[in-house]
Design a protein around this ligand. Structure first.
Ligand code: FAD
Length: 450
């Protein structure tokens, strides 16, 4: 076996991909531009540097989807998780780590492997030959960004995310909300009822605007540019421009009739749109925001119908380079137009250290399998890794695709368990038990093959 796997970017995803492929006996070269070329967020030349928080979030593998992802990564001999465990700091149920020793250990573990080398240069073109994984993350260098854009088309590579909050469908009060597209537009009944509408009275609207204006906001990081604002304004900025702006924008009440109270004309309407093929998640249309997370939950629960909403993810706007994976990648994470190149990590449209490392784990294993003359299918969609890869490579709405954290809304529903808030504990346990069994089976299949 003489073929080499080249990995561009030695962050969370690239480091995990390198480890997984090298452990299968494949030669790996990591092309990492730091410290020669920096980014506005990274501080060191270490591999797997944590750019901001030092938390891998919940470590509860029974009741939390990211905790389940930890479990799966540990089961798959994941370097990021085993190193995080070694440098764990006390943080209640969360997995927090001592960031510098963590990154130093990942770097040492990889460079100690005889079949891994690190080459410190920026890659500026898409390679035409050989096996490659691009894992250059949210701060992909501009030259490589331009090369990706030239290959995929400008509209398929984003430089910012503008994330509207995503709500679990089951937590929306359908005695208040109703399904209807504006002016009943669409050929089929499904299209005519594509949106979920939450009506507001004048008093509710005024109180909502007051809360938006008063809410705590986060600032852009240094090096991020606010020029982006022209394309996609945060709702609180729209509210600052005038109390009526939202009522003439994303909250306009026109073309809609309240199915519960047809005689009442809403003063404003908040619309939600389906976010995944399963229909378990809805995003609040046009509600990208820089409000702090705590403020978002409080403000959005003022929307009639969302008083008891559970959020699969909250909104945000960040500098973030990511591709439109649902249209560009196949289910083996290969670029359809150039199958010698895989993408992994945050650049594929997942969000977070753990999710990025998990996508690196899959890309590393899949690339190694290919080099070794095997085919590795993705893990079942009922597992955390499988749910994520299924979402980004097909389950998500391509037109509105925005980065996604792992959450139970991405999992195929379980038969025979109670819905709603009350059934949540049993349901989550059901999801995680099912996932663990199927993930173990997926791993065992590879051992048998190898
Ligand atoms: C400001 C900021 C704050 C964040 N805070 C958090 C947080 O608190 N928690 C969280 O979970 N996630 C956070 N994220 C998201 C976080 O970056 C990702 O979760 C994670 O680091 C992504 O892993 P990755 O491997 O895809 O990318 P990265 O870890 O960023 O790794 C990509 C690597 O590619 C290198 N690279 C880029 N272009 C090239 C090139 N052309 N040639 C060679 N090398 C290149 C970079 O130097 C980098 O080392 C934040 C992101 C940003 C930008």
């Amino acid at each position: 076996m003489t073929q080499t796997l080249h990995i561009v970017g030695g962050g969370m995803a690239g480091s995990e991909a390198a480890w997984q492929a090298a452990k299968q006996g494949v030669n790996v070269v990591i092309h990492e531009m730091r410290p020669k070329v920096g980014t506005f967020a990274h501080q060191t030349g270490n591999l797997a540097e944590m750019v901001c928080s030092n938390s891998f979030r919940s470590d509860d593998s029974e009741q939390n989807a990211v905790g389940l992802l930890h479990w799966e990564m540990r089961a798959a001999d994941g370097l990021i998780m085993q190193t995080a465990d070694k440098h764990r700091l006390p943080a209640g149920g969360a997995l927090a780590v001592d960031r510098d020793p963590f990154a130093e250990s990942v770097t040492a573990a990889l460079t100690a492997l005889p079949n891994v080398s690190v080459s410190g240069e920026e890659i500026t073109e898409l390679p035409t030959e050989g096996h490659w994984i691009i894992a250059t993350g949210p701060l992909t260098s501009s030259a490589l960004g331009a090369a990706i854009q030239a290959e995929t088309g400008a509209e398929r590579l984003a430089f910012f995310d503008a994330i509207a909050p995503i709500v679990y469908a089951e937590s929306i009060d359908m005695d208040t909300a109703w399904m209807q597209s504006r002016y009943d537009k669409g050929e089929t009944e499904e299209e005519q009822k594509a949106y979920l509408n939450c009506p507001m009275t004048k008093d509710q609207y005024e109180a909502f605007i007051d809360a938006l204006l008063a809410a705590e906001k986060t600032e852009f990081h240094e090096g991020e540019t606010a020029g982006y604002f022209d394309g996609c304004l945060p709702i609180e900025v729209m509210a600052e421009r005038g109390r009526e702006t939202l009522r003439h924008g994303p909250m306009k009440p026109v073309g809609l009739t309240n199915a519960h109270k047809p005689e009442e004309k809403a003063y404003a309407v908040v619309q939600l749109r389906r976010d995944n093929a399963l229909g378990t998640l809805y995003n609040i249309v046009g509600f990208q925001t820089k409000m702090k997370y705590g403020a978002q939950t409080a403000v959005f629960k003022m929307i009639p119908g969302l008083e008891n909403a559970s959020f699969a993810r909250l909104g945000g706007i960040h500098r973030n380079t990511f591709i439109n994976s649902p249209t560009l990648l196949d289910d083996r994470m290969r670029l359809k137009s150039r199958p010698n190149i895989r993408f992994a990590g945050q650049v594929t449209g997942v969000e977070g250290y753990v999710e990025s490392a998990a996508m690196g784990l899959l890309a590393g294993r899949m690339a190694a399998a290919e080099i070794l003359g095997r085919d590795l299918p993705p893990p079942p969609a009922e597992t955390a890794m499988g749910a994520l890869i299924t979402h980004i490579t097909g389950g998500a709405e391509a037109k509105t695709f925005q980065p996604m954290n792992v959450n139970f809304g991405l999992f195929p529903p379980l038969d025979g368990v109670r819905g709603g808030r009350r059934g949540r504990k049993d349901r989550y346990k059901g999801y995680t038990d099912r996932a663990k069994e199927l993930f173990s089976g997926w791993l065992a299949g590879q051992t048998a093959q190898g």
